[in-house]
Design a protein around this ligand. Structure first.
Ligand SMILES: Cc1cc2nc3c(=O)[nH]c(=O)nc-3n(C[C@H](O)[C@H](O)[C@H](O)COP(=O)(O)OP(=O)(O)OC[C@H]3O[C@@H](n4cnc5c(N)ncnc54)[C@H](O)[C@@H]3O)c2cc1C
Length: 479
């Protein structure tokens, strides 16, 4: 930052501190450094100022000051994003929502939770369960991500196959526009056909349209019982065929997770061989929930009849400890990969469910030709495949240079099979140069016009989603 910019930032931090109180505005280098990273591998972008808002009026005041002064503002939840969405791509202010962390109300009668955006998602789930209610979206980051970040990313998780993703549970939002105006849309109502669906626009908007300050969540009755089973298969084709057969037979498990052979081998190595079926070609991990133990038992029997696996090989967890053991391998994949090489590349493409085997096999060939090891796993029920690629001995610079062509190859393959480039993690900073692969020019142009309508001065989270968001929509070259 040059002196002129630096003086300007000192001046802006003073104006913000004057408006909302000095303790909430921080410019200390060590603190800014912490907020220069999220969970995206190998990415750090330093902000100039950190503001920790405490309520909606703080958010409104900060946005108005920044809008008037053309200062970029990047909203931040818990910083667990993996595409750099919460990092200050163009400097300016990081507006942290972590202190807006109250569960305002759990309304049992209407089955609605009203929460602030900084609440950790797992805390909402636990609070609802104490009242016999369930907030189903369950990103694997449940205990390290915030609900505001989940709305902004439209987060999903293993339970999406039965219950859907974040988008299926947001019935009301309070949000602040860049000019500081506060809007509330929806509320404790399950149906709403009044005007454009602003909730839908903010879902997955990655902090580029408005800052979310209050969220109304639809809850559902918690299931009376659940059971987890692990089934080994010789091949990924057989595992995915079984997924189709289970769903076609009207059994909708609440989780249907898969791991392919290399993922199983890697976690087996991580646990010194101490996982079930370490030599299988694929694992399916299934959670069934329902109103009673009887209904679950009947679903389990039905599953063992319709899939082509020796029933002796199906492991069902009989206790919480056994349940944790079954999930141990699936939950530890990232840790195992990290141990192998922290500089891995992580993608989360989505393809039509039946295309998973072809997608996995074609990608394996793509990486093998390049001498790269890949690990694939994910949500078999909804076609969301996590593709993690290891550096496989490449030097840091070579690996960095290789990544754009790898990403492009992965994305093009997903798209050619009727899928798209991300099912959960969003575009953010690290995928913005590839949006044109998945969306038409006309669609990108329309998204930019929506962005401009919410944020005419383009101050909110610039440098995300669009590769050229500093240009006016009409000036954009054809993509
Ligand atoms: C180990 C691990 C496992 C994960 N598993 C999953 C998974 O299973 N499913 C999944 O979907 N994701 C997963 N993620 C990714 C991540 O947890 C999600 O994207 C999550 O929704 C981010 O929430 P956050 O509060 O950390 O948001 P942040 O990382 O702080 O921000 C993410 C984006 O949301 C915006 N934002 C945050 N709060 C607000 C707000 N109040 N108003 C407007 N914009 C806002 C930011 O500007 C940014 O663009 C995982 C991450 C890790 C590290």
């Amino acid at each position: 930052m040059n002196n002129k910019n630096s003086n300007r930032m000192v001046e802006i931090s003073g104006i913000i501190a004057g408006a909302i109180g000095p303790g909430k505005v921080l410019t200390d280098k060590d603190i800014l450094d912490k907020y220069s990273r999220d969970e995206t591998a190998d990415l750090s972008l330093l902000p100039d100022i950190l503001v920790r808002a405490r309520d909606t009026s703080d958010v409104s005041a900060v946005l108005k000051i920044c809008n008037d002064n053309n200062i970029p503002v990047t909203p931040r939840g818990a910083g667990s994003g993996v595409t750099g969405g919460a990092l200050a791509a163009r400097g300016g202010v990081i507006l942290s929502l972590e202190l807006l962390n109250k569960i305002i109300e759990i309304d049992c009668e209407n089955m609605v939770a009203v929460v602030e955006p900084g609440v950790i998602t797992g805390d909402i789930r636990r609070a609802a369960l104490t009242m016999g209610l369930l907030y189903p979206p369950d990103p694997a980051s449940l205990d390290i991500c915030s609900i505001g970040g989940n709305v902004a990313e439209n987060a999903g998780g293993p339970m999406a196959v039965k219950y859907g993703t974040t988008k299926d549970y947001i019935i009301g939002l309070e949000f602040v526009l860049p000019d500081g105006s506060v809007i509330t849309t929806g509320g404790k109502i399950v149906k709403n056909a009044t005007g454009y669906n602003l909730i839908g626009m903010l879902l997955g908007s990655e902090g580029t349209l408005a800052v979310i300050t209050k969220i109304f969540l639809r809850l559902v009755p918690a299931p009376g019982a659940s059971k987890d089973i692990l089934i080994p298969f010789d091949t990924i084709d057989e595992a995915i065929d079984a997924v189709g057969a289970i769903l076609r037979n009207r059994i909708v498990p609440s989780a249907l997770e898969f791991m392919e052979e290399d993922a199983i081998k890697l976690v087996s190595k991580f646990f010194s061989g101490n996982i079930p079926f370490p030599d299988a070609g694929a694992h399916l991990l299934i959670k069934i929930d329902g109103s009673s133990d009887d209904s679950i038992l009947s679903d389990m029997e039905h599953i063992s009849e319709i899939i082509n696996v020796d029933p002796e090989k199906i492991i069902a967890a009989e206790s919480d400890i056994q349940r944790d053991k079954l999930w141990k391998a699936r939950r530890s994949i990232r840790e195992a990969i990290h141990l192998e090489d922290p500089a891995f590349m992580a993608e989360d493409c989505v393809v039509p469910r039946a295309a998973i085997p072809a997608f996995v096999k074609e990608l394996k060939k793509f990486f093998e030709i390049r001498g790269l090891k890949s690990i694939m796993f994910g949500h078999a029920g909804d076609g969301n495949v996590h593709v993690d690629v290891l550096r496989s001995g490449r030097g840091y610079d070579e690996w960095k240079m290789l990544q754009p062509s790898l990403k492009e190859g992965i994305y093009k393959m997903a798209i050619s099979m009727g899928g798209t480039i991300t099912g959960e993690h969003g575009i953010g900073f690290s995928r913005k140069d590839y949006l044109h692969l998945a969306l038409s020019c006309d669609e990108i142009e329309l998204l930019k016009r929506i962005k401009k309508a919410f944020d005419p001065k383009m101050i909110l989270n610039p440098g995300k989603i669009f590769s050229d968001d500093h240009k006016e929509p009409d000036d954009s070259p054809p993509c």
